[in-house]
Write a protein that binds this ligand. Sequence first.
Ligand code: SAM
Length: 286
Amino acid sequence: MAEVVEWLSPTPDGCYVDCTLGLGGHTAALLEAGAGRVIGIDRDLDALAVARERLAAYGDRVVYVHADYRELPRVVREAGRDDVDGVLVDFGVSSMQLDEADRGFSFRQDGPLDMRMNRTAGPSLADLLADVNETELANVIYEYGEERKSRRVARAIVEARDAGALTGTASLASVVRRAAGGGKWTRIDPATRTFQALRIWTNRELDGLEAFLESAVQLVAVGGRVVVIAFQSLEDRVVKHTFRRLGQEGSTVRVLTRRPLMPTVSEAETNPRARSARMRVVERVA
Ligand SMILES: C[S@@+](CC[C@H](N)C(=O)[O-])C[C@H]1O[C@@H](n2cnc3c(N)ncnc32)[C@H](O)[C@@H]1O
């Protein structure tokens, strides 16, 4: 939080976009630090409702937009602007999405096989699982979850599906644990990687990421910054390569973080979900 505010150094005449408003934590910090205006985007209507309540005291300094951040250029244009003074992206799921069993993200509780961040559109995990074949599913689990036992896990899921035994996230988690963990328990739940993969698949999280980051950079005014926090290596890799490429091509952008910023030991202790976060920042220079 402190670093986000520091890197964006908001000013009262500045307009910033929080592409992942979530529960409004970062936006509240930016407003408190003096940001004139924040355009808050989220694809999750429940998150927008919570943020709206939490940030009510800031009145029209916050504009709430239900959209996918990949529509950023349209959102900024419709807010009546040609550019903005900073952009923040805090990838991933919010704690509310993870903690509410009925959203279907959690392998610790039982819920429907949903996993959609935007429940107003798109196929749910159950819809996708109903149609997928074993090979496709193994590829998803390998690519998005970096799960070495992807084939075994995919086979187990497809068998459970065909037997009518996939009734929710709890039964899915136990099928995955059996296939991936082989009965052994490690520090990390053996269902973690597969659940990550299924979430990325359901929400198409890696699609169009590079184009989105480029559009964010193009939308900030000279001197403005784009701050990105990624929680998993697949996303961070795209951020790193895109920023590096933009920093080389025509030098419209300067990469301010040669290495990603990571949480300090004490931050990781007080906020365990931030453990794997990586922050990268670029500045528009021309
Ligand atoms: C890690 S949370 C953000 C938390 C937020 N920074 C805070 O301080 O409360 C990520 C949020 O981004 C949203 N999100 C993820 N992908 C999105 C996308 N493609 N477009 C818009 N919102 C997205 C999720 O719905 C979730 O609410």
